[in-house]
Design a protein around this ligand. Sequence first.
Ligand code: AMP
Ligand code: GLY
Length: 423
Amino acid sequence: MNIMVVGGGGREHAIIKKLAESSRVTKIYALPGNGGIAAEAECIDIKATDIEGIKDFAASHPVDYAVVAPDDPLAMGAVDALQDLGIPCFGPVAKAAIIESSKVFAKDLMKKYGIPTAEYEVFDDMDQALAYLETAPIPTVIKADGLALGKGVIIAQTRDEAKAAVRKMMEEKAFGESGSRVVIEEFLTGPEVSVLSFTDGRTVIPMVSSQDHKRALDGDQGLNTGGMGTVAPNPYYTPDIAHECMETIFMPTMNAMNSEGRTFQGCLYFGLMLTDKGPKVIEYNCRFGDPETQVVLPLLRTDLLTVMEAVTQQKLAEIEVEFSSQRACCVVVASGGYPSSYEKGYKIEIGETDENTDIFIAGAKLEDGELKTSGGRVLGVTSVADTLEEAIAAAYQNVEKISFEKAYYRKDIGRRALEVERS
Ligand code: AMP
Ligand code: GLY
């Protein structure tokens, strides 16, 4: 089969590598892909947000199945457009992708169906939001309604900070129209867990849990990033908690979307916080997480294309989805300065990596046959081993084999998870 994958980051590289393992896959097109993905797929210079371009390409090439990975094209209706052409597709249609593209939609859905989440208020009037903040409990969390590249969430420690955040979103439009409505919500505490799941609207199959490391620097210091590393599984996520999440969050969310006439088929990502009052939803994503995918998919034992097709055909209940009991650790290597400004165009050298290690390229392009940095998060090094300790050690040993100017990475990916495992 010929597969078209829309997207071009580390997550897409992990998806494509897994698909390429399938004996049923003959060719993969990546739109636009990147310099690393080019080793596994034919990269086509069409942006992931160019829905017309994607449609034209799919209509004029022998594409048997499509995977739309990033949030923007999903929210823009890429899956709807491909389905109109008769191409089966992995990913939710736009009216289901709204679970990520509108935080107000997601919060109202949870309230209506009794799914545990932080208490919240919604404002589309700035003065009302500011007045509410006079008495709101502090710290508080301000979220822009729409997609904001993961930057539309501000945790305010003081009333002034909260008001400044509201002004930044609603008056200065720091996140564009995404900020014309804001959610102000209760600040929750507890360990965070990411659970990606396959769902076809009838069955939810959670994948192995994972833990992201969002801050730029060691010890969870510095600015928020797209994610500096991950481990899987997440040791906080015990079988009891998994069971509770299935009953109180996963199935209720799938059923709620069905009841709203927004059946979700694809990867539904649950961003959870394990509070002392039980697991609560921090966010939903309508897609695979990045860099969660880079630790979750290497542990998947079942043929990914078979699972994806079962989701499209609503036959997930008929297949067995198996994960390895091993552990995975992904360390992201980023450009110096990221997530603020950074330079691009540095040559990337990659030495001989171990057999249990994958390099997932995120921000690099091929120039005259050389791989050069082209993004903030340049690549992720994922190692799989029998124990978490070995997986972490292997990932760091292999990170040593990567070099480019001004490269930096966190030195403590998985450290907390290891402490929890040992306690
Ligand atoms: P999001 O973009 O929704 O994933 O939020 C980014 C990060 O902000 C999350 O991973 C949490 O660490 C934090 N966060 C979001 N909502 C809350 C909340 N209600 N309480 C505490 N932390 C939160
Ligand atoms: N790693 C978080 C996300 O993909 O949104």
